[in-house]
Write a protein that binds this ligand. Structure first.
Ligand code: GUN
Length: 291
């Protein structure tokens, strides 16, 4: 039986409508317009696209967007000065420094410099720590997007075995953490697999819900999953170009074969992807709300 497609585009649209309404309320009741500052250092084409999408999402939702594009040879000291300025700017509620940064800049130092109350990426160690103890004001965007995809598709994580493949700080570790939190968190039993895992398939075959974020196409094939599994594919891999020069994208999961066994699966593109920016908009709104 073909799997249910978990459509991130439609779910994202639904959440953005809710956010737009809340922004309107915030403006009317508190005279506050949420503001997001984005900083792009250098000319990376992928990063330019992402920052452009974030700016556009702000404009569509009525969030004030302040974008700064800096040359690739910007010094770390100048970038830190800008972050400090934005920390003190009352019009700015969220600060996002697009990663990766040029090699001469220490990304950790920059992330540490962001005021945790404006850290809408949820990358600052204070917010990562709060996430671990279930006390987070912000949830990291992609993991939160995954939670919402499951919840709004009526897929419960309660008591399920969730297997996460990939231990990145942006997706694998935080999503595993959200899944193991007690109610209203995921309340699942969690296995976190990574490059040091022996016999990956033994673990992935046990998954009721499989979340894959490794950045390698077709890492998960049909023989590695059980019948009825729910699959969340976070991978966005550029595997070629169309004759018109458009990137051809593939996930980390071999979609065609795995969908034959899965009960539900996210497509790439159009699954997890649209959710990340939507949850960034949600965090910017949360950051702007009076405490
Ligand atoms: N680069 C790739 N993904 C992200 C993200 O979610 N936030 C930031 N700041 N940079 C990124």
């Amino acid at each position: 039986m073909a799997a249910q497609l978990i459509k991130g585009g439609a779910i994202s649209k639904e959440i953005r409508e809710e956010i737009a309404k809340e922004i309107q309320d915030l403006k009317e009741k508190h005279d506050v317009t949420p503001g997001l500052a984005t900083i792009l250092v250098g000319e990376d084409p992928g990063s330019k696209v992402y920052v452009g999408q974030k700016e556009k999402a702000c404009n569509n939702l009525g969030i004030y967007s302040a974008r700064t594009d800096l040359p690739a040879d910007t010094s770390e000291a100048d970038l830190l000065d800008l972050v400090k300025k934005l920390n003190n700017d009352p019009k700015i509620h969220g600060i996002l420094v697009q990663l990766p940064l040029p090699k001469h800049i220490d990304a950790t130092r920059v992330i540490y410099a962001i005021d945790p109350d404006k850290d809408v990426d949820c990358f600052h160690p204070v917010n990562v720590g709060k996430l671990m103890i279930g006390a987070g004001r912000f949830l990291p965007c992609t993991p939160h997007g995954i939670v919402e995809l499951l919840r709004r598709s009526d897929i419960t994580t309660e008591g399920k075995h969730v297997v996460v493949v990939g231990r990145s700080n942006i997706v694998g570790k935080p999503v595993a953490n959200l899944m193991l939190q007690p109610p209203p968190g995921g309340n699942a039993t969690v296995t976190l697999c990574h490059t040091g895992t022996k016999d990956l398939a033994t673990h992935t075959r046990m998954a009721d819900i499989l979340i894959v974020a490794v950045g390698r196409p077709k890492t998960i094939t049909a023989d590695m999953v059980k019948e009825g599994v729910v699959v969340i594919d976070v991978g966005v891999n550029r595997i070629g170009k169309t004759p018109e020069g458009k990137a051809i994208l593939a996930g980390d999961v071999d979609f065609d074969s795995v969908q034959e066994k899965a009960s539900a699966i996210t497509p790439v593109p159009g699954g997890v992807g649209p959710m990340t920016i939507t949850m960034l908009m949600r965090n910017t709104l949360e950051a702007a709300k009076p405490l």
